[in-house]
Design a protein around this ligand. Structure first.
Ligand SMILES: [Zn+2]
Length: 233
C-alpha cells in the first residue's frame, strides 16, 4: 500500500514539474497571449488598436493581411506540453460568417472534396526564396456544424484556380473539425512547405511550416515575440 502511494505521489510531482516547466518557465508568453485572447473575445471594442486590417501591408512585406482582427496566437505558441502551433490565429471579435478572409498573395487555390472550412493556395515561387514552392493554408471558415463559409466561387473539389492577392476566400467561423464542439471565431493561417513533388506537407506539424514573420514584417514567432501586441511596427 505504501509503495502504491509512493508511486502515485512521485507521479504527481513529476507531472506538476513538467507543467510548471512548459507553462511557466519555458513558454511564459503563451499564457500572456491566452489572457489577452480571452480579453479580446469578451470585449473587442475595448482595444481596437490590437487589430490588424484585411489587405494592410507592413512596409514592404510580401504578404498582405488575410483578415481583420487580433493576432492572438503566434507560430510555435504552445497550448499544452509538447504542442507547437503551426500558424497564426486571428480573432475577429465578431459573430461567425461576417469577417471576410482574403488571399495574402497570388497563387493557385485548391479545396479538397471533403474540406468544409479550408482552402490552400500554391505559390509557385516564394517571394522570399524565389524558386521554392510554398503553400498558404486558411481554415475555420465554417459554423460549428460544418456549414461552410468558404466563398461559393470555390466549391469542394476546386483545383488549381488562379487567385490574385486580395481575392475573397470566405468568412471567419468557429468550426473545430468536430461538429458541435466550436472553437472561438478566428482564422487559422499558416505557410506550409512543399514535399518537393508539388504537394503540400501535413500542416499540423510545425516542422512542415514556415515562420510567417518575414512574410508580414512583424515578429510572429512565439519564441522571439516581444510582449507588445503584434501589429505593423
Ligand atoms: Zn491555429
Amino acid at each position: 500500500m505504501k509503495k502504491v502511494l509512493f508511486i502515485i505521489f512521485s507521479g504527481l510531482i513529476i507531472a506538476s514539474t513538467i507543467f510548471v516547466y512548459f507553462f511557466l518557465i519555458k513558454r511564459p508568453d503563451s499564457t500572456v497571449r491566452l489572457t489577452r485572447v480571452m480579453d479580446w473575445i469578451r470585449n473587442p471594442g475595448k482595444n481596437p488598436e490590437w487589430a490588424i486590417k484585411v489587405g494592410e501591408r507592413c512596409g514592404d512585406a510580401p504578404f498582405s493581411m488575410p483578415t481583420d482582427g487580433y493576432i492572438g496566437f503566434l507560430w510555435d505558441d504552445s497550448f499544452r506540453p509538447g504542442h507547437h502551433h503551426s500558424g497564426l490565429d486571428i480573432f475577429s471579435g465578431t459573430e461567425i460568417g461576417i469577417t471576410p478572409i482574403h488571399a495574402t498573395y497570388d497563387g493557385f487555390l485548391t479545396r479538397e472534396i471533403d474540406w468544409k472550412s479550408t482552402v490552400i493556395i500554391r505559390i509557385p515561387s516564394d517571394p522570399l526564396q524565389p524558386g521554392r514552392q510554398i503553400w498558404t493554408y486558411y481554415t475555420h471558415m465554417a459554423d460549428e456544424k460544418g456549414n461552410s463559409f468558404v466563398s461559393e466561387d470555390f466549391p469542394p473539389g476546386t483545383s488549381e484556380v488562379f487567385v490574385k492577392a486580395g481575392t475573397l476566400l470566405g468568412y471567419q467561423g468557429n468550426y473545430s473539425g468536430t461538429p458541435g464542439n466550436p472553437t472561438g471565431v478566428h482564422l487559422h493561417f499558416s505557410i506550409v512547405k512543399d514535399d518537393g513533388n508539388g504537394q503540400f506537407l501535413n500542416e499540423t506539424i510545425i516542422e512542415n511550416t514556415i515562420d510567417p514573420s518575414p512574410y508580414f514584417n512583424i515578429t510572429l514567432n512565439a519564441n522571439l515575440s516581444p510582449p507588445e501586441i503584434p501589429v505593423c511596427p
